[in-house]
Design a protein around this ligand. Sequence first.
Ligand code: HEC
Length: 173
Amino acid sequence: MMSDRTLSWLLAIVGGVVLGLTLVALAALLLWPAGPLRGMISAWRFGSNGEQIYFTGTSQRGTAITAVMQPGMGRMRGSRLTCASCHGADGRGGQVQMMMQVVEIPGIRHETLTGDDHGEDEHRHEPYTEQTIRRAITDGVDPAGEPLDWPMPRWSMADEDLDDLVEFLKTLD
Ligand code: HEC
């Protein structure tokens, strides 16, 4: 027969194991990048999926978003860059210190890209359309088909995520 003492030890051990497993499961739920809890937390933090993509480079759909850095960015590979880290929280661009040089970042609010005076400066091209904005993000070319400068990564994301992102650019003002 088991003594009361052994029994309470056994209960304590089983209790400890159950508690431990519960904590591990909770932590996994919280840390699982595309997990249901993460989705709920970010849906509450960001008003839209496009906004979340802009600020975090992750989709509420759990679909993958990846960026291929151009050769000049060699050493920054793997770091988590988001649209906001270069183009700014307000999408107005500015100057960013990168690879020991100051890089001029253009504004990418929808209004700026599609405005009549866009492309008047050194890079002459037509104003952007919805289609050419998408192409700039994924293929890194301007409306004239000219490649964008090296700091702009080439992005891969699901079509729906790209739709959401372009919609979000319309809300920046
Ligand atoms: C590491 C910095 C960096 C990140 C991250 C970045 N961009 Fe850019 N982006 C640039 C630079 C620099 C240019 C200008 C390139 C040029 O002038 O040739 C640019 C250009 C663009 C253009 C074309 C603007 C124009 O005037 O021709 C669009 C659209 C754009 N980026 C959208 C995005 C979106 C959307 C994201 C996030 C998914 C993003 N960028 C992330 C640096 C960045």
